[in-house]
Write a protein of this length. Structure first.
Length: 586
């Protein structure tokens, strides 16, 4: 199916052309004054310059051409040159029926499906997931779902930080605590020796401990650095402990991401790119891009138009070790080989902007990806506490993600009434979903680059623009349908439009596809949040104004019930691409 904006743009563009004007002037948009008209075209203003003619004259020509079209209830020229259009109710109903029978619920499908690699999450192995990684997970998951809903192929990669100094620190500390472990013995044989198991709690405790220790103990720091280098060049014993650390840590990470309904197709890490580092150096050498500077191997990436300096990107440090940029570049080689993606999106903290700029420029210069491949940093802002500073625990530490979520789940549980549930188990389950909805919507409703304030009370409010309000709206529809004894799968019938609010609600339904399109084009889940909120608010007014249960006119009642069902499906679709799950009751 085609969206209504497309249909209208086609009609108006053709009219412009038939009147001898440029077709491209006929772009139609939704009116911002629904009381005046539903849609408008402002092309006559741009045309005025081109054709040296007053805009109202151009608009008049076009209006005359299209006014006979039965799709319109009214078309008029409004001075100085607007073209205002309002649809016939029959068309609104027809479009609504089309959406209802479309498996994509009117979400426009990409003409050419694109392959997009989405790099988000980026947690570091051996460090517990903390709230610094929350935004990337929430936003990346939503962008993945939006892009997929539009028919694109998206591959999500968690891109674990599993190869850096933090691992060396953990191994160094483990070796001091357990000098007798077989993996630390010089004759360790991975074929027959079993590594000693590591406990997740110890792992979570050991990194902060070792990191602290390295700050005051130079010998320890040096040892950790040496271990990191040996690990990276394949030391058998260290590889074996590293694998054990990975096993424990990844299991823990997966559990945490699962609670957030975040999942990844690939659980690759920085270590997986290691095998492409030689190829990277090779390519850079062949292109003559790499040179030695103060002992390190670097590539220039500055451009004439740079407003701030962009230093050369370091590929190998003077001790021959790989760094962050090396891994990111090698990973691009890997992704190009595996998927030849049209786009690679990095949902990463905005403070890593310079690093990613260097990496992207180097990749393009080296021809690791074609010029046409989009490498984009979808930079994200910080989640702040009420004091406006990055969110911290009460004692000023970094908040663990699991602790944060548990706090919100408890608060959500506390806000809901027992009597609304059939069992405590159901209430617990609902609290979990409401909490995630509150946290995610509180995040996603902001522009991704903006910093925002994490405010549990606000996010859990049943009123206003919150995730809680949205799933509450779904539960209200559930209860209407339960009381009427109808189920979601019954055939729908839209027989007429009986009030202005219904018309507005139906217009929003037939325009929802546009919201998905904009959200994708602008990489902005906030557009989905805005539309979902609008849909829910319009529904609430409609429900408040009309008594569905008591309605005796059967055509009217079945139209209204159909409206409830369709709004419910659409709201759930919006929530789904935000990574939020609805509940039956709350
Ligand atoms: N592990 C990194 C960190 O915690 C984030 C990784 C982001 N992704 C990337 N391809 N660089 O800062």
């Amino acid at each position: 199916m085609t969206g209504i904006i497309n249909d209208l743009t086609k009609i108006v563009s053709e009219a412009f052309e038939e009147c001898g004007y440029d077709k491209s002037l006929g772009t139609v948009s939704v009116s911002d004054r629904l009381d005046l008209c539903q849609f408008q075209c402002n092309g006559a203003f741009a045309g005025a310059k081109q054709y040296r003619k007053a805009p109202f004259m151009i608009a008049n020509d076009v209006v005359e051409k299209i006014s006979g079209n039965e799709i319109f209830k009214s078309v008029e020229m409004v001075k100085p040159g607007f073209i205002n259009m309002t649809l016939n109710d029959e068309i609104i109903l027809k479009k609504t029926r089309e959406i209802e029978s479309d498996i994509n619920l009117g979400i426009p499908q990409a003409e050419k499906s694109e392959t997009i690699v989405l790099d988000y999450g980026g947690p570091n192995v051996a460090k517990p997931l903390h709230i610094g990684h929350l935004r990337s997970a929430i936003i990346g998951e939503s962008l993945k779902r939006i892009a997929r809903a539009m028919g694109n192929k998206v591959i999500s990669d968690v891109h674990l930080g599993d190869w850096g100094l933090q691992i060396g620190l953990v191994i160094a500390e483990l070796s001091e605590r357990n000098p007798d472990w077989v993996c630390f013995s010089p004759d360790f044989d991975p074929e027959k020796d079993k590594v000693n198991p590591i406990d997740v709690d110890e792992l979570n405790e050991i990194y902060p401990f070792a990191s602290q220790k390295s700050k005051s103990d130079d010998a320890f720091k040096e040892k950790a650095r040496a271990i990191t280098a040996e690990l990276q060049s394949g030391h058998k014993g260290y590889i074996a402990v590293w694998k054990e650390i990975m096993r424990v840590s990844v299991k823990d990470l997966k559990e945490n991401y699962e609670k957030l309904y975040v999942d990844f197709d690939l659980w690759y890490g920085e270590s997986d790119a290691n095998k492409y580092v030689d190829e990277l150096i090779d390519v850079l050498n062949k292109k003559g891009l790499i040179y030695k500077s103060e002992g390190a191997l670097v590539v220039d990436v500055e451009e004439e138009t740079d407003k701030a300096p962009v230093p050369p990107v370091i590929i190998k440090k003077s001790d021959n070790s790989n760094i962050y940029a090396t891994t990111d570049l090698a990973t691009i080689i890997q992704r190009e080989k595996d998927f030849s993606p049209d786009r690679i999106w990095y949902v990463v903290d905005k403070r890593q902007g310079l690093h990613l700029t260097q990496v992207f420029r180097c990749a393009k210069k080296a021809g690791i990806v074609p010029e046409s491949t989009e490498l984009a940093h979808l930079a994200i802002g910080t989640m702040n506490g009420k004091d406006g500073k990055p969110y911290k625990t009460r004692d000023g530490g970094v908040m663990r993600l699991s602790d944060l979520i548990n706090t919100v789940v408890e608060a959500a549980y506390g806000k809901m009434l027992d009597e609304n549930f059939e069992s405590d188990e159901e209430k617990r389950e609902a609290a979990q979903k409401v909490a995630i909805a509150a946290v995610k919507f509180g995040d996603l409703s902001n522009h991704i680059q903006k910093d925002y304030i994490f405010d549990i009370d606000k996010f859990l409010s049943f009123e206003g623009k919150t995730g809680t309000y949205l799933i509450y709206t779904v539960t209200r529809i559930n209860s209407i349908l339960r009381n009427l004894g109808v189920d979601d799968n019954q055939p729908l019938s839209f027989n007429g439009i009986y009030s202005d609010i219904e018309r507005e609600l139906l217009l929003n339904i037939i325009l929802s596809g546009e919201a998905f399109k904009h959200a994708f084009e602008e990489r902005a889940p906030s557009v989905i949040c805005d539309n979902a909120y609008k849909l829910a608010s319009l529904f609430s007014t409609f429900y408040h104004d009309n008594h569905i249960m008591g309605e005796t006119d059967k055509d009217k009642q079945s139209s209204w019930v159909s409206l409830c069902i369709l709004v419910r499906r659409l709201l759930i679709k919006h929530l789904d691409v935000l990574g939020i799950k609805a509940v039956e009751r709350m």
